[in-house]
Design a protein around this ligand. Structure first.
Ligand SMILES: Cc1cc2nc3c(=O)[nH]c(=O)nc-3n(C[C@H](O)[C@H](O)[C@H](O)COP(=O)(O)O)c2cc1C
Length: 237
């Protein structure tokens, strides 16, 4: 999928936890599977698309309704950047699914003991992303793309008070305001000095997932690439 379609999805995406019975059409499933395999190749992750996954009832909490498909976001346990990569590449899939008209939700609170996740001995499942057609009413929409529909940290908070930044940095942070984060915690911070941006976040398993997600959102708007890690430097492309 082209980069503009993925970037447009930033403003449209919101977490969807309740789904209709409508199955995902096979051309869309094929497109998602194709993207998953190229992203796995690029990252070393082992994400999988799980269709008509009967056991989601035992995997997800009661907040979720009618989940029939999901992306299992996982990789090798010994990958030192496992969680950040899961965030980055998983969010790429979230945005592609959004562009295909599908609803998604990142899920960290799944039942990790459920045998149905089919995990190999050397793998860790970091998150699950539920995926399907939304059965939710759209409410609380604000004047997108100016502000997300739910609470967000201000651009100044993300920049730790340094608002004297070029437009491309501001655009990057605006895209981050729309990114999903665990419990909407929005803990990634961006420093700008001497033309250089770095992203950092306190250590913690879910924070690392959020770091990957928010770096992708920043990159899509600002144009460029972050190195892995916290702090991680941004190179404008
Ligand atoms: C790493 C991660 C884990 C999450 N885990 C859950 C979860 O277990 N259950 C849930 O209902 N939502 C979960 N979410 C969704 C967040 O609550 C949601 O992204 C956040 O509230 C912002 O709302 P939005 O995604 O609609 O913009 C998770 C999000 C992320 C990024």
């Amino acid at each position: 999928m082209n980069r503009n379609d993925v970037y447009d999805a930033v403003w449209k995406r919101r977490s969807v936890r309740k789904y209709t019975d409508k199955p995902i059409e096979s051309d869309k499933v094929n497109a998602l599977r194709g993207s998953i395999s190229s992203l796995n190749e690029a990252s070393g992750l082992t994400m999988e698309f799980a269709e008509e996954f009967e056991s989601f009832r035992t995997v997800l909490t009661v907040m979720f309704k009618n989940v029939r498909s999901a992306i299992v976001v996982k990789g090798r346990t010994d990958d030192p950047h496992l969680r950040e990569k899961c965030g980055y590449y998983g969010e790429q899939m979230v945005l592609e699914a959004t562009a295909l008209g599908l609803g998604t939700c990142w899920v960290a609170g799944f039942n990790k003991r459920s045998g149905s996740l089919n995990t190999k001995d050397d793998e860790t499942v970091v998150c699950v992303i539920s995926i399907g057609y939304s059965a939710e009413e759209i409410s609380g929409t604000s004047s997108i793309p100016d502000a997300p529909y739910r609470k967000t940290k201000s651009i100044s908070e993300f920049l730790e008070g340094n608002t004297d930044v070029p437009d491309w940095v501001r655009a990057g942070v605006k895209s981050v305001q729309f990114a999903p984060t665990a419990m909407n915690s929005q803990k990634t911070r961006f420093q700008y000095a001497d033309g250089l941006v770095t992203a950092h976040i306190p250590s913690g398993k879910l924070n690392m997932v959020d770091l990957g997600i928010t770096k992708l959102h920043f990159e899509l708007a600002a144009g460029g690439k972050f190195e892995l890690g916290s702090p991680g430097r941004f190179t404008k492309g």
